[in-house]
Design a protein around this ligand. Structure first.
Ligand code: HEM
Length: 225
């Protein structure tokens, strides 16, 4: 019975502790920490996480008295770690939506680029309205993602983290380029070559942008290249 309870606690601990490094990474970006400081903080969080799991696993095999004492200590620390950063703030909440929202401009602009490429190869495909729709929605998604990004990364002009700085200004540039593309394609006689150049630029920038974003969320060298 004690083993069952300890195993259940271990499972709960894993669920609760898993998002810790991610949550602290979010705080780190808002607090303008450098890339090196963030790496150090992640390592410390992972060591603490592994230590906690090991201690609870030991407790699962140990005496009932140890079990209670250890799991209470570990949970106390975990809860303190969480609640330290959990006072509700609307701007913090909106910033935390950034990783979910970014999928829209990425997918919509890449699909716009693909549709424009097909249109270039087969002008009779009738994809003009599709490209127009994808650029409008991609531009709207880009502006929203960028506004939320500024809330996620903190509002300032320069960053101690090189990755965040590159990501901030490339993202802002993508949003602006998307709005320009939407204005151009809104016109009756839009400049197709300019649209193609803008879409090629946005698509290329999005690849780098997504890579830098994931470097921040998942940690350095997340692709293990
Ligand atoms: C079109 C614009 C943007 C796109 C497509 C984009 C894309 C991304 C992606 C793919 C991630 C990783 C999400 C994940 O792994 O779950 C990310 C994370 C992040 N982005 Fe952006 N981003 C954009 C604009 C911005 C801007 C302007 C900022 C301003 C500083 C920003 C700040 C952040 C931060 C701080 C993170 C790390 C997550 C966090 O700490 O909450 N992003 N972004």
């Amino acid at each position: 019975m004690t083993k069952w309870i300890a195993s259940l606690l271990l499972l709960l601990l894993l669920i609760v502790a898993m998002p810790l490094p991610v949550a602290s990474a979010h705080e780190a970006h808002r607090k303008d920490m450098s890339d090196a400081d963030i790496v150090e903080m992640r390592q410390a969080a992972e060591t603490a996480h592994d230590g906690g799991v090991e201690a609870l696993a030991e407790a699962a095999g140990g005496s009932a008295a140890n079990n209670g004492a250890m799991s209470a200590d570990i949970h106390g620390e975990m809860i303190a770690g969480h609640s330290a950063g959990t006072a509700f703030s609307p701007t913090d909440f909106l910033g935390r939506l950034h990783p979910a929202l970014v999928h829209f401009p990425i997918a919509l602009f890449l699909a716009a680029g693909l549709a424009e490429l097909i249109l270039f190869a087969r002008p009779e495909s009738g994809l003009e309205p599709t490209v127009r729709f994808l650029i409008y929605t991609g531009a709207a998604g880009g502006v929203i993602a960028t506004l939320l990004g500024w809330l996620a990364g903190g509002i300032r002009m320069s960053d101690r983290s090189e990755t965040l700085g590159l990501h901030r200004w490339t993202g802002t540039g993508i949003a602006l380029a998307g709005v320009v593309a939407a204005i151009i394609i809104y016109r009756e006689k839009s400049d197709r070559m300019l649209i193609r150049l803008l879409l090629a630029g946005i698509a290329t920038a999005l690849l780098f942008q997504s890579y830098w974003g994931a470097e921040m969320s998942l940690g350095p060298n997340h692709m293990n290249m």
